[in-house]
Design a protein around this ligand. Structure first.
Ligand SMILES: Nc1ncnc2c1ncn2[C@@H]1O[C@H](COP(=O)(O)O)[C@@H](OP(=O)(O)O)[C@H]1O
Length: 249
């Protein structure tokens, strides 16, 4: 099984486990349900990676820190449950499982398995749909950690902000054309963005830091606090507007 197919199978298995857990464990609510989901999906992913890729390092939101030498070698970066807040609410479907592989600091494979709808991956990526004739670009933004930078962006560029949970779900929204961009700032970790970046790039989208610099994985501390994923034809305009916004902050 190649890395792309493995990423997809693991993300799908963990997503199925999380859906089953939420359906069957009606005794669990709120934070307890989120914790149990995080714990069980993490255990599944780490055990399967140990079986299929015993030589590779693993970085998980629920695991220990960044392994030594992670920046130069092969590093699986997983978020067993992205959008934990949304998962706790049985009515919501904006959460996902992320599985990505970085090699030498670059993401090279990945999958995002959302609670509903199809898994997006690097094994069989669908290209971005043709640009729609919209007057205002739609920009996905965190619903619970809304960055001031994005509100400031909306003051210099005529965009519609679309709040939703989960970085992976927002990246998929770019891939399907439901939105044109996803902008984040103010804090995030490598497991939040690695798989979303892998699948968005495989579909032909632009992905970078908000200042246009490259996304490099396997860093000590695992922090990558900001992110821009967007349709390629919007990248220049958004980067220029973000630069103008940051200059006036
Ligand atoms: N300011 C911040 N600091 C740290 N993590 C943040 C953050 N803003 C968003 N995140 C994380 O990024 C992921 C996507 O966020 P959001 O759903 O708000 O868009 C979530 O991961 P988890 O759900 O895996 O904890 C969330 O915790």
């Amino acid at each position: 099984m190649d890395d792309h197919v493995l990423a997809r199978r693991l993300a799908d298995s963990a997503r199925d486990l999380l859906l089953r857990l939420r359906r069957e464990r009606t005794d669990l609510e709120g934070a307890e349900l989120g914790r149990e989901g995080d714990r069980r999906a993490h255990a599944l992913l780490v055990s399967a990676l140990g079986e299929h890729r015993p030589e590779d390092a693993v970085l998980s939101e629920e695991g220990g820190g960044v392994p030594d030498g992670a920046r130069s070698g092969r590093l699986w970066i997983v978020d067993p449950l992205d959008g934990t807040r949304e998962y706790r609410d049985r009515e919501r479907h904006d959460w996902a499982v992320h599985v990505a592989l970085a090699d030498g600091g670059e993401v090279v494979a990945g999958a995002v398995a959302p609670a509903s709808g199809r898994t997006h991956d690097t094994a069989d990526p669908a290209p971005l749909p043709e640009p729609r004739r919209r007057t205002r670009p739609r920009v996905a933004v965190s619903r619970s950690h809304r960055p001031p930078l994005v509100d400031a962006l909306a003051e210099v560029l005529d965009v519609e902000l679309v709040p939703m949970g989960s970085a992976g779900v927002k990246a998929i929204a770019v891939c399907t054309g439901a939105v044109d961009a996803y902008v984040h700032d103010g804090g995030q970790y490598e497991w939040d963005s690695a798989a979303p970046v892998a699948v968005a790039r495989a579909a032909g989208a632009h992905a970078s830091r908000v200042d246009g610099s490259p996304l490099v994985y396997g860093n000590r501390g695992a922090s990558i606090p900001d992110l821009l994923i967007c349709r390629p034809e919007l990248a220049r305009a958004l980067l220029d507007a973000l630069s103008a916004t940051r200059a006036t902050k």
